[in-house]
Write a protein that binds this ligand. Structure first.
Ligand SMILES: Nc1ncnc2c1ncn2[C@@H]1O[C@H](COP(=O)(O)OP(=O)(O)OP(=O)(O)O)[C@@H](O)[C@H]1O
Length: 369
């Protein structure tokens, strides 16, 4: 999947932006506060329907405006009849959102995500190592969502069952035993299926991750292990039933698929406690790149990479290795940098490269110097 056209209107400081990105590398340069990250943010909103850096829409809509509008043409090489898919999203200050795909109103943002898989590498990516299990679970589920068509509905059903169970635990107390039995069974059944999909995905992801680490010349052994959210020795239904009296006392479900995690370690210690900042960046990049490679291998789909401030934390050699991996994957990349020269030497002359200068919310194509 590649973006062939991108229009941004009344989004942060960007307005009247109309660009035709390259199918390869798109380098956005400009001073601090120019609007580079906002371009990545707009692409991410087109993929998942929400921003990666603001929970309030009013922060994203341009000051004094009523709504923002984003439009793109996505090239889908897997669709033979209509490979160009127009997508658009607009949102107003009341948080009302309209998503259109090929001229039709879309039911949910999940349809956008399916069409335009996007991976973001930015300073928040470190959360994959230092953040809560939720961050790693979201990372894992991004991958499973894109390769297993039945995953999303199972995940939605398990969330519903979990919510009902938690409600009973909190308010129903002991009178709700019969109803708890029903939700235990429902949750456990979805949990076992989700667990199998997640486990199978991690088994395929690990070799891609290890190979990517090697391509980035990272020599320490990093182990990635999957924790499914309840004791390995038992099934989910037994875990829920065994925990019931404690769950009732606490008012929520302690174990289950909502507690799954990936444990990323070096010499049995958490990677975040051992690795330097630059090494951590390489590890998180390897995880995110491995997901893109696996997506390509299993579905033929390519994801778009958004890389905010690639030079940060990485020396020139490692920047080059990272760029080489991205080049080899032949996916579309949008990269921001304050300093154009920091990335100038990183690309092979055969790589399609477009340069854009961002200034006061305007994006202008420039030439390779
Ligand atoms: N809702 C909004 N309306 C108008 N302008 C906004 C809004 N929200 C943020 N801005 C401004 O838009 C710009 C967004 O900057 P952005 O983070 O995209 O810059 P950047 O080029 O990535 O900068 P840096 O190199 O410092 O990371 C900032 O100048 C900010 O003050």
């Amino acid at each position: 999947m590649t973006l062939r056209r991108l229009d941004i209107s009344q989004f942060r400081n960007l307005s009247g932006v109309k660009i035709k990105p390259n199918t390869g590398v798109n380098l956005l340069t400009g001073d601090n506060g120019a609007g580079k990250t906002s371009v990545l943010e707009a692409i991410s909103v087109l993929s998942v329907g929400r921003s990666f850096r603001a929970s309030r829409t009013s922060a994203i809509i341009q000051f004094d405006q009523a709504h923002y509008t984003l439009f793109a043409e996505v090239f889908n090489p897997l669709a033979q009849l209509q490979p160009i898919v127009p997508i658009g999203i607009s949102r107003n200050k009341d948080n009302e959102q309209q998503i259109r795909i090929s001229g039709q109103q879309a039911r949910s943002a999940a349809q956008l995500a399916e069409l335009l898989p996007v991976q973001l590498i930015n300073s928040d990516s470190f959360q994959l190592l230092e953040g809560s299990p939720k961050v790693r679970r979201q990372f894992l589920d991004w991958g499973v969502f894109h390769v297993e068509p039945q995953f999303f509905s199972l995940w939605q059903a398990s969330q519903k069952a979990l919510k009902q169970r938690n409600k009973l635990l909190k308010y129903g107390k002991m009178h709700a035993v019969q109803q708890l039995d029903i939700w235990d069974q429902a949750l456990a059944s979805y949990a076992e299926q989700i667990d199998q999909l997640r486990q199978a995905y991690v088994e395929k992801l690990i070799p891609e991750f290890e190979q990517t680490l090697a391509e980035l010349t990272f020599s320490d052994v990093i182990s990635v292990s999957y924790y499914r959210g309840w004791d390995r020795q038992t099934d989910c239904l037994s875990a829920l039933q065994d925990n019931r009296s404690r769950d009732l006392a606490l008012g929520f479900t302690q174990a289950g698929p909502h507690r799954a995690d990936l444990r990323i370690r070096v010499n049995k210690l958490l990677a975040v406690d051992v690795l330097s900042r630059g090494q951590q960046k390489l590890v998180v990049c390897a995880l995110l790149l491995a997901q893109g490679k696996l997506l390509q291998k299993l579905t033929g789909k390519q994801c778009v990479y958004l890389v905010d401030d690639l030079p940060a934390e990485l020396d020139l050699e490692h920047r080059k290795y990272l760029c080489r991996v991205l080049e080899k994957m032949q996916c579309q990349v949008f990269i921001t940098s304050v300093d154009q020269d920091a990335l100038a030497e990183c690309w092979s002359e055969h790589t399609p490269l477009s340069l854009f200068h961002v200034e006061h919310g305007k994006v202008t194509p420039t030439h390779r110097s």
